[in-house]
Design a protein around this ligand. Structure first.
Ligand code: ZN
Length: 226
């Protein structure tokens, strides 16, 4: 398991290899979408194309299998991709072996060195193995678009907490569609007017910024996630 490609240079990575934020030399935002590809992804891709910006899609392997053409469209339009397991499984409720098998199964379709654990849940023993092959990317800003108890307006106001280097999460899922369609275009326009740029997350960006990650983790003490 997890030996299908060369290991990352672990010494370059922060101690926990969890990335919550990325450094940026200018006003730069890392826009990400989880849980696709679904039919909603087409709408997201149309919006991104309209504004001419790039994002990162953390895909569920089973959805890639069901929607290969939508996955291809994500790649053809220059966006980055990440692994979000095959069945969107919860690390706290899954054995290490089953979890790694599920990540591997998704990897065969997605083929990315970026990994985001569903629900942001991951424990140390899983991190230790996964970090040999993946940069584990969490987030700075959760819009809450998937939450049917909050409004699109609230999602938009959540998104405004974004600052340079933030990794922000929306969902290209049917569950999030209503809030996403309200908040995403408003979010993009708000930050474009403020002269921010939108960048996809690459493995190089993750590997090159270990010091910043370490400092950020020290400041924020994200230990609750373990
Ligand atoms: Zn998810």
């Amino acid at each position: 398991m997890l030996i299908t490609r060369s290991p990352l240079i672990i010494s370059n990575l922060s101690k926990n290899n969890l990335i919550w934020h990325l450094p940026a030399s200018q006003n730069e935002i890392f826009l990400t979408f989880d849980d696709g590809p679904t039919i909603v992804t087409h709408w997201v891709l149309d919006v991104l194309k309209y504004y001419n910006i790039k994002a990162t899609f953390f895909c569920v392997g089973d959805n890639v299998k069901r929607n290969p053409d939508i996955f291809k469209r994500i790649l053809n339009e220059g966006h980055a991709k990440g692994n979000h397991t095959f069945n969107h499984i919860n690390a706290f409720k899954t054995s290490n072996k089953d979890y790694f098998d599920n990540v591997d199964k998704a990897d065969k379709l997605i083929n990315s060195q970026l990994f985001r654990p569903p629900y942001g849940k991951i424990n140390i023993s899983k991190i230790k193995t996964l970090r040999q092959n993946y940069a584990i990317v969490l987030w700075s800003i959760l819009t809450g678009d998937y939450d049917k108890n909050i409004s699109g307006k609230k999602c938009f106001s959540n998104s405004l907490k974004t600052s340079s280097g933030s990794i922000i999460v929306f969902h290209d899922s049917i569950k999030a569609e209503k809030n996403l369609k309200y908040a995403l275009p408003r979010f993009i326009e708000y930050f474009l007017i403020k002269k921010y740029i939108f960048s996809p997350i690459t493995i190089d960006v993750c590997l090159n910024n270990s010091d910043v990650q370490r400092n950020f983790l020290a400041q924020h003490k994200q230990a609750s996630y373990f």
